[in-house]
Design a protein around this ligand. Sequence first.
Ligand code: F6R
Length: 616
Amino acid sequence: MCGIVGYTGTNEAAPVLLDGLAKLEYRGYDSAGIAVMEGDALQVVRRRGKVAELAHTVGHFALTGTCGIGHTRWATHGRPSEANAHPHSSCAGDIAVVHNGIIENFADLRDELAQRGHTLRSETDTEVIAHLIEEAWGASPSGSSEASGLAEAVRIASMRLVGSYGLAVTSAREPGVIITTRRDMPIIVGRAADGSYVASDAIAVLRATRDVVYLEDGQLARLSPEGIEYFDGHGKTIAPQTTHISWDMDVAEKGGYPDFMLKEIHEQPRVIRDTLAGRLVSGHMEIDELDMTSEELNLIDRVYVIACGTSYHAGLIAKEMIESWARIPTEVEVASEFRYRNPIITPTTLVVAVSQSGETADTLAAIRDARIKGARVFGITNVLGSPVARESDGVIYTKANKEIAVASTKSFLGQLVSLTLLALLLAQSKGKMRMNQIRLIFRELADTAEQVERILSDQSAIEEAARACVNATSALFVGRGMGAAIAREGALKLKEISYLHAEAYAAGEMKHGPIALIDEGFPVIAIATQSAVYEKVVSNLQEAKARGALIVAIATEGDEEIVKHADHVIYIPKVRDALSPITASVPLQLLARSIAVMRDCDVDQPRNLAKSVTVE
Ligand code: F6R
């Protein structure tokens, strides 16, 4: 969602800010803006649309100045427009604020501020923050005066805020200074030879420094060209720990691929290998980070997997494995529902929270709720030190590395591998599977890396199927068992990046309604890999074929029967059913991408979507 950058130092600020904002584009946004201190005045430039358009406008203004803040906005309060884009300013125009998150009491604050003579110029929740800082600093229409400097004014103003925020604030009254603080939104601060940096995502500062401080809730940082000071919520000086970022900058480059999505799809064999590394030790499954003994794991008698979107689909697949291998009743729930229900939770309930970004607001709220109710929570996330990692009792990292394309691909595979490991670990602790069986599945899991490489090495059948589907207006994805869950992920991938309507059904459900949709040439994409339900899927395909459907089948190599029932067959290597989601989802990712490219869609940044959904 929204992104923050800030810089104060010896270089021109505008190019640094625009470069940082370009790095944050992947998160999804609809407008962007910067504020730069020029002489003794703050110059604010904002635009609806892309960062490139903002850069064009900034070029006209020829902004000079070595301190500034910038923002990419994903609209929540007020439509995407120049007036609602950040930075927002105080009445006097000498304080500028950029903000990620949602101020829940903004309506009350607006009324209050208006009564005290402030003029608010946007529909946003953010603007109130600039006016509250103005009041706290004693330059308000009401003339109150409490704070001695910008840091203190930000600290006092933030005490009035209910909700979540990551803030960067600068002011003409304290030139060269940026104050940043946060609650429930990430803020990263770093120091380089040319100055001090702040961002909401490490990727925006990586070019300058790899040693950063992740601010904790309530902490503040005061950045100046000379250095950075840190304060706790009471204004007392603190010395937070520095974290070294080890991942490479090339994750933010396309590396010769036309888009990040294709690059990330091709990284999946590496993700499988890295996620598995070190998990089978002396013939035993080990996941030390979970911080639970085998005896404690053995006591678990109920599992909830909570997640959203693609991560939720990984959860659906995990349910099959946990129930079948560890024999523990498992429910999978979308986090936005779970948090408002009253699920049955006891001290022997395990909640597994799956989140690529580790920041998803609904998943985080569900984690907090589950812990209050007494559950043990395991997080499965891709982002080191993310809120999901910090707030869970134990964590498994998916080792996908930074994912830039909005549509999850490599992190989904990382989640599947991690959840498979968790299911095996639970089966081991419960004594429900023999160790040689666990070791065999582990070896087969490792083999999927090479199998995915084979799928990636020849995409001609996928391209051909994509060409057949490109002009459709709707598509059905069907499968049974594991295939039904894979179908849901395939449909989500297609609709989010190609804007082609797609639905997924358990194949046996077709005759209960969706078959009415089928007429000549209607695409039905079927997961028809070898499994106990293969024949059933084939019967369902025959029903669809008889009504004119265009059938695309994902089938197992060597299956010659399927060509009789399908117009296009995409073969994948033979794996056991439990591991088929890992291999079968790869052609579905490629199919969705090819269709999106043929339909001239922006596959990396689909409209209306954000990479990490930090609002409810
Ligand atoms: C789809 C996609 C989303 C996310 C969902 C949850 O490709 O990426 O559906 O899976 O927003 O995000 P995380 O996993 O970050 O909690």
